[in-house]
Write a protein that binds this ligand. Structure first.
Ligand SMILES: Cc1cc2nc3c(=O)[nH]c(=O)nc-3n(C[C@H](O)[C@H](O)[C@H](O)COP(=O)(O)OP(=O)(O)OC[C@H]3O[C@@H](n4cnc5c(N)ncnc54)[C@H](O)[C@@H]3O)c2cc1C
Length: 511
């Protein structure tokens, strides 16, 4: 790859924490051709001001320069859908990044879309109906998950694939026995019991290969390996996967659920330009007698606005540092939510490398699974794949978070992903034209035992004029759906507060 091409990439992604730079060749060379060259494009969230807030910096708050009905903080899917529902109000939406979308954000490479986070939704989720409401037609995945195990591609792992697992017969049988055991559990009836227990309790009697499969699957979906996962998550997931092989109810768009945030921004931005501000990092939310004052940093300047109500659509590790006056109990509950570092690495190939299925699990590698970015449009009449973009989900351990802080560290993560991918099967030993890593320090909360029933009801308690959205308010798993539901609930609470009516029920309400 020529230096000119790298400069061009640098230019395209300018605006976020970014650098166009070569991958550490020593890592790639371990398995690939040492003569080959690779480039990495490092992009990710901007946390400079958030880190100052974390480190206890006190910002001097200027007086309020404008007044609004509602200020919404955080322009991920939760904040955007709250704004969508509050169009009849004078709202102000503040987002720290230079773009909307949060963890549901898609990017493009020469016109081909790929995900940097959220991948798919299911038909029974409210998000499916919401997508239709805003004019998006969900596209069916129709491809039960595959795995690559010991160099073999096993399609429909938890369906017909169980007979083909490349393991000795007793191990194969134990996968089947486990599935049967999990399908027999009534999760509706025993929800509370299984929310408190770790999932690993159910894996104890089984061979290591089974635990390895789940310790790979869990971090990608809900941020935790089986020892730290609420059992209900594992059991329900297996039940859902068993359904997939009979009829997959997952839907998405090229580039994943970033399609929803993009569409919301497209609808709202032209109509409410003055009411939507990117690059605005909120540093303080202070309740006064009849209003709430919100101070944010924009272009190096601090600004304060006042609101009758505020919706916090930011994750709780940030929320608890900027909302003044939280009770110790609520702040402690927010503090108990754990979040994993979770970069997403996109390998962009200019020739077909893998198009056999949507989501493929790869235990034993630096990434957990990969998704084919344009899978849901590949069969559309007249579609021609220009780039085969492979989106590698790369959840990391909390202790390894600091690797992402430096560009060099992030580059190494990307290089390891590429190297592992190329080793999976002989046909994968192909050079991508580019490698993009989107790094996020705390994007996915962990579905730990007790979180859903004990912690989350506390964190979403309204505080007079301050209301709490974001997916981490709802649970049990971080999903785009829960982010939208959290927004719906917060909007209803705001309307009730502004009308002087009693608060609606605590739980998220669709519709
Ligand atoms: C790798 C990955 C894969 C995933 N896959 C799926 C999937 O397949 N299906 C699914 O349903 N879900 C998936 N999820 C989860 C889903 O992406 C999230 O649950 C959802 O996007 C959360 O939206 P949110 O608006 O609640 O929060 P966020 O997306 O976290 O939005 C919060 C916003 O607040 C902004 N912000 C933070 N601090 C401040 C501040 N001080 N001032 C102003 N703004 C601030 C942030 O920049 C961000 O834009 C995945 C998540 C990840 C990370």
């Amino acid at each position: 790859m020529s230096a000119n091409r790298r400069d061009f990439i640098k230019f395209v992604v300018a605006g976020a924490v970014t650098a166009g730079c070569p991958i550490d060749f020593s890592l790639v060379a371990q398995t690939g051709d040492p003569q080959k060259t690779h480039a990495a494009d490092v992009d990710g969230e901007d946390n400079r001001t958030c880190h100052q807030v974390r480190d206890g910096k006190v910002f001097t708050r200027p007086p309020a320069s404008s007044r609004h009905d509602v200020v919404i903080i955080g322009g991920g899917v939760s904040g955007l859908s709250a704004a969508y529902r509050l169009q009849h109000r004078d709202f102000l939406l503040l987002e720290k990044e230079p773009h909307w979308g949060g963890n549901a954000y898609a990017m493009e490479y020469e016109g081909s879309r790929y995900a940097t986070g959220s991948a798919f939704l299911t038909k029974d989720e409210y998000a499916y109906r919401f997508a239709k409401e805003i004019g998006l037609e969900p596209l069916p995945v129709n491809s039960p998950d595959a795995s690559i195990l010991r160099g073999e591609l096993i399609l429909d792992t938890w369906g017909e694939g169980l007979d083909k697992l490349p393991y000795p017969p007793p191990v194969r049988e134990s996968f089947k026995k486990f599935k049967k055991e999990m399908l027999a559990i009534d999760v509706e009836k025993r929800g509370k019991e299984f929310d408190d227990k770790p999932f690993s309790d159910f894996l104890k009697e089984y061979p290591a290969e089974l635990k390895q499969w789940w310790d790979n699957f869990g971090p990608s979906n809900w941020g935790a390996a089986s020892d730290e996962t609420a059992a209900i998550m594992g059991i329900s997931s297996l039940q859902e996967m068993a359904q997939e092989s009979g009829g997959d109810d997952r839907y998405t768009w090229p580039g994943g659920l970033g399609a929803i945030t993009r569409k919301l921004a497209e609808i709202l931005q032209p109509k409410y330009t003055e009411h939507m501000q990117t690059g605005a990092t909120t540093v303080a939310v202070v309740s006064e007698k009849d209003e709430v004052q919100v101070t944010y940093m924009l272009g190096g300047e601090l600004k304060t606005v006042a609101a009758k109500a505020v919706i916090m659509a930011t994750p709780k590790f940030i929320t608890r540092r900027i909302v003044d006056g939280l009770s110790d109990k609520q702040s402690d509950a927010m503090h108990q939510i754990r979040y994993i570092p979770y970069p997403v690495v996109n390998l962009i190939f200019d020739k077909p490398v893998f198009n056999h299925g949507y989501d493929t699990w790869c235990p034993g590698n630096t990434f957990t699974d990969f998704i084919v970015a344009d899978w849901v449009i590949q069969k559309h009449a007249g579609y021609q794949q220009k780039f085969n973009i492979i989106t590698c989900y790369t959840p990391m351990k909390e202790d390894d978070r600091s690797q992402l802080l430096s560009e060099n560290g992030a580059r190494k993560v990307a290089a390891n992903v590429l190297s592992d991918f190329q080793k999976l099967m002989p046909a994968f030993n192909v050079d991508p034209v580019e490698v993009h890593i989107y790094r996020r320090g705390h994007p996915l909360y962990m579905s730990t035992p007790g979180l859903y029933r004990q912690i989350q009801p506390l964190v979403r308690q309204p505080m007079d004029r301050v209301f709490f959205a974001n997916t981490d308010s709802e649970g049990p798993e971080s999903t785009t759906n829960e982010g939208i539901l959290a927004a719906q609930r917060a909007v209803k609470q705001v309307e009730a507060r502004l009308a002087g009516k009693p608060m609606p029920k605590d739980h998220a309400v669709a519709g």
